[in-house]
Design a protein around this ligand. Structure first.
Ligand code: GCO
Ligand code: MG
Length: 402
């Protein structure tokens, strides 16, 4: 039996902040888990450092399921993004270790590949419609089979999902930036540019759009109906999902497929959405929804109801998360798509990856474990740099969902 001898929390900011858990066993094997929670990084770091690391030392590294149950049920206080991200980091690191010990990639531990690679979608965006169309062309030239399209809403500088400079990083300021939001302006604008994308580039690729929790169910139904002829792959996060039953209303209004889940942290957040088939894609992430062990349960439940997967893969999830997601993606029968925002070259100075992008898909490497290494010497060159996500305000000054 190999026991855990060390668990180290590594905080680094190569281009943006990442929290990583590195577990070492008595056999000298190491594994990495992503513990990054954008804008609340130190809460998870403390949860790990102060409350979980003391529990890990001396424990059997082979018993992944038991560890998950021990940390989840043992805390008494269940669920929540901080707890579930911390548990995820331990879980992902233990899968990495198990793969290395077995000499197998994690996808083989999970039953082997059901497909060669995981189709990904890239983020095309623009400060104007013309810029967006150029960006869509760029993604098509690079072989993307699926593209998410976002343009800045006129009169709403700093609109979500739009790149300013080389990279889209929503948590960009040392205190939350306040951004203006007008639902009316957005609803008047978005269907027009999505139509232009189809008119210019046709239908031989998948088109996606993120609503970022901005609409009421009534507004979302109206938007979905207007997008029906565009044969969208999905309309993402049309409304906040705390009220799962509200998706029934969107469903009844439109046949545009619905995706939701990047803020979910447990199967309970999507139980009704899945079992009543109120969504088409569940987008929970491996690092925020309890790791491979728990996300696999969500995906397996979804399979029973013909709900497909669409894992969150923004750049605020580290390359460790992305690799873990791709290993899981290639094994599940109900895989849909994987988000791929591409980490910056700076991030790759710290995280060395082995997954590969070609023909619009990410392919996990056959290296044992997850195939990601963290350069600790490089990591110290990038100290933590506190950043917040923006806050949205309506034109009357009241706070809106960002
Ligand atoms: C997405 C997202 C992200 C989030 C970000 C918050 O679809 O990828 O909406 O860009 O805003 O992950 O931290
Ligand atoms: Mg999103």
């Amino acid at each position: 039996m190999a026991t855990i001898t060390e668990a180290k929390v590594i905080i680094t900011s190569p281009g943006r902040n990442f929290v990583t858990l590195k577990i070492t066993t008595s056999d000298g094997v190491t594994g990495l888990g992503d513990a990054t929670l954008n804008g609340r990084e130190l809460a998870v770091a403390s949860y790990l450092q102060d409350h979980l690391v003391p529990l890990l030392i001396g424990r059997d590294a082979d018993r992944i399921e038991d560890m998950w149950q021990y940390l989840y049920k043992g805390a008494y206080w269940r669920r929540g993004p901080v707890t579930m991200t911390a548990i995820a980091a331990v879980d992902i690191a233990l899968w990495d270790i198990k793969g290395k010990v077995a000499g197998m990639p994690v996808y083989d531990l999970l039953g082997g590949r059901a497909r060669d690679g995981a189709m990904v979608y890239g983020h095309a965006s623009g400060g104007s419609v013309a810029e967006l169309l150029d960006d869509v062309a760029r993604f098509r030239d690079r072989g993307y089979q699926a593209i998410r399209a976002q343009a800045a809403v006129p009169g709403s500088p700093g609109s979500y999902g739009v790149r300013h400079g080389a990279i889209y990083e929503p948590a960009a300021t040392s205190l939350p930036e306040e951004q203006l939001w007008s639902t009316e302006a957005y609803l008047d604008f978005a269907p027009g540019y999505l139509t232009e994308v189809r008119e210019k580039f046709g239908f031989d690729f998948h088109l996606l759009h993120d609503v970022h929790h901005r609409l009421t169910p009534t507004e979302a139904g109206r938007l979905g109906r207007r997008l029906e002829d565009l044969r969208m792959f999905w309309m993402e996060d049309p409304t906040p999902a705390e009220l799962q039953e509200s998706f029934r209303q969107i469903r009844q209004a439109t046949t545009t497929p619905i995706a939701v889940g990047e803020v979910f942290n447990s199967i309970w957040d999507c139980q009704q959405l899945i079992t009543e088939r109120l969504i088409d894609y569940v987008r929970a992430s491996v690092s925020h929804a309890g790791g491979i062990t728990h996300l696999r349960r969500i995906f397996n439940l979804a399979e029973l109801y013909q709900v497909r997967t669409g894992s969150h893969g923004a750049t605020d999830l580290s390359p460790v998360s992305l690799s873990a997601a791709v290993h899981l993606d290639v094994t599940v029968p109900n895989f849909g798509i994987q988000e791929y925002m591409e980490h910056s070259p700076l991030t790759h100075e710290v995280f060395h990856t082995s997954y590969e992008f070609h023909e619009g898909a990410l392919h996990p490497s056959s290296a044992p474990g997850l195939g990601v290494e963290l350069d600790e010497e490089a990591a110290v060159r990038f100290p933590y740099n506190p950043k917040y996500l923006p806050v949205g305000r309506r034109t009357d000054g009241s706070v809106h969902d960002w």
